[in-house]
Design a protein around this ligand. Structure first.
Ligand SMILES: *[C@@H]1O[C@H](CO)[C@@H](O)[C@H](O)[C@H]1NC(C)=O
Ligand SMILES: *[C@@H]1O[C@H](CO)[C@@H](O)[C@H](O)[C@H]1NC(C)=O
Ligand SMILES: *[C@@H]1O[C@H](CO)[C@@H](O)[C@H](O)[C@H]1NC(C)=O
Ligand SMILES: *[C@@H]1O[C@H](CO)[C@@H](O)[C@H](O)[C@H]1NC(C)=O
Ligand SMILES: *[C@@H]1O[C@H](CO)[C@@H](O)[C@H](O)[C@H]1NC(C)=O
Length: 401
């Protein structure tokens, strides 16, 4: 195990006075630690209203967490999709306060999730979710929220769990998940290192793209892992690779991946509703995930109490810039794109991660401050997503009559 470096994370304005002394760390595994410590978080944050269409009655993504006495919508017994890995209660997390918060947008109320209404809206439709293990985390939450209306049936697993499919029979609604942690074509070079192709998208999702009415897309943590980057079949650089190749950082390939994916979406004839889910913040404190970092908070941060890391700011800024460009290009072609902006609301939920209460951690004894407990804060992402998608369905019904 790596030497225990007790580096207190500086998260407040004070840290911004420090020199820009980036300490690029070799990160390994799925669990992405925060890459740069004690840095000037110098990415420009977009203005608050970016990415929010004017016609939205209220900004669903700006608000606060307020205490509630209502129990979560599901438990590990009522829903079989709660994966043991993120079943924090089963993994003996002692505190339960993190289960009793509800998201309250400033100018409206988020409706209670209504799985029947959602499934009715999705009748005879097909939804695809493309991403990594965080997306899988989100998808399990969605399956659980929907299982109150109807239990889905697994219909397909590809050999290496690269894609999975569920069917809700009474609604003829299909949900497919594609494993594409970089969105780009990628090969695993070793347990901890990938070769990624900056000019080629992962074909598992692009070849079946036309089959779906709705696409949920996300990316993120894997770009912080060691990568070798290819373009025109030539190595153009790398990240955290300790080799002779040029260090290109993690922001560069992240942006390239989004540009590739959005370009594909806005230049393909098929016109699904595309929802892009933003970066999800990590909350390691007292070190990195491989050096004793942990997340032991039991209540959410208050607004303004925590200001994230340079990696978080940078990736979120890239999300907003690239999404806005793509949404503008898409709207000219009649392609509807929506932003599921989970960044700010999740930033406050340092209490929502499994921490040590994770089964199969990616490193022995490592805390998981990246994924989310099920049930938990991640359910809110889906409540917001369902609300957004139903608004679109209602709108298109109105447009057609
Ligand atoms: C948080 O960091 C961002 C990016 O560096 C900066 O623009 C913002 O002012 C910071 N906010 C606070 C409250 O320190
Ligand atoms: C659900 O969690 C409880 C702890 O609350 C645990 O005892 C039980 O084994 C879990 N059930 C399943 C099906 O995982
Ligand atoms: C179910 O939905 C698919 C589209 O996702 C459609 O092609 C098919 O005809 C539907 N089946 C029935 C029985 O309506
Ligand atoms: C790859 O090839 C394209 C077209 O042939 C060219 O425009 C681009 O500059 C090349 N990229 C690199 C990194 O060589
Ligand atoms: C969290 O862990 C740190 C470091 O071990 C400790 O100082 C702190 O008291 C813990 N906080 C809680 C709420 O347990």
């Amino acid at each position: 195990m790596a030497k225990k470096v007790k580096l207190e994370k500086k998260k407040c304005a004070a840290s911004r006075n420090k020199n820009n002394n980036m300490l690029p760390k070799l990160t390994i595994g799925l669990l992405m630690g925060v890459l740069y410590l004690l840095t000037v978080a110098n990415a420009q944050l977009p203005s608050l209203e970016d990415g929010i269409p004017e016609n939205e009655k209220c900004d669903l993504f700006r608000g606060e967490w307020i205490p509630t006495t209502s129990a979560p919508s599901y438990t590990n017994t009522s829903c079989k999709f709660v994966y043991a890995r993120w079943d924090c209660i089963k993994n003996r997390r002692p505190d339960t306060r993190y289960l009793y918060w509800r998201w309250k947008p400033h100018n409206c109320n988020l409706k209670k999730p209504d799985p029947k209404r959602f499934l009715n809206g999705m009748r005879d439709k097909s939804l695809a979710m493309v991403g990594d293990s965080l997306l899988r985390n989100q998808m399990q939450s969605l399956l659980c929220l929907l299982s109150k209306a109807e239990e889905s049936v697994d219909t397909y697993y590809s050999g290496a769990y690269k894609s999975m499919r569920w069917h809700f029979r009474s609604y003829n609604f299909t949900l497919t998940e594609y494993w594409a942690p970089f969105l780009l074509q990628a090969e695993s070079l070793s347990k901890r290192k990938s070769k990624i192709y900056l000019d080629t998208l992962e074909s598992t999702w692009t070849t079946e793209y036309h089959r779906h009415d709705y696409i949920i897309l996300s990316a993120g943590p894997w770009f912080s892992t060691p990568t070798i980057m290819m373009e025109n079949n030539t190595i153009v650089g790398c990240h955290s690779c300790k080799s002779e190749f040029k260090e290109l950082g993690s922001f560069y390939p992240y942006r390239r991946a989004l540009q590739m994916a959005f370009n594909f979406i806005t230049t393909t004839d098929h016109k699904p509703l595309v929802v892009y889910r933003t970066w999800s913040p990590e909350h390691f404190e007292y070190g990195e995930w491989y050096s004793g970092g942990l997340c032991n908070r039991t209540v959410p941060y208050k607004e303004g109490e925590y200001n994230d890391t340079r990696t978080g700011h940078g990736n979120y800024a890239i999300d907003i810039e690239e999404f806005n460009k793509a949404a503008a290009a898409g709207s000219k072609k009649g392609i509807h794109m929506k932003l599921l902006d989970v960044y700010h609301l999740s930033l406050l939920r340092a209490d929502g991660h499994p921490g040590p209460y994770v089964k199969y951690p990616l490193e022995k004894n490592a805390n998981d401050c990246l994924h989310w407990c099920l049930p938990g804060a991640i359910d809110t992402w889906n409540e917001l997503m369902m609300e957004m998608m139903l608004n679109e369905v209602d709108k298109s019904l109105k447009d057609n009559f």
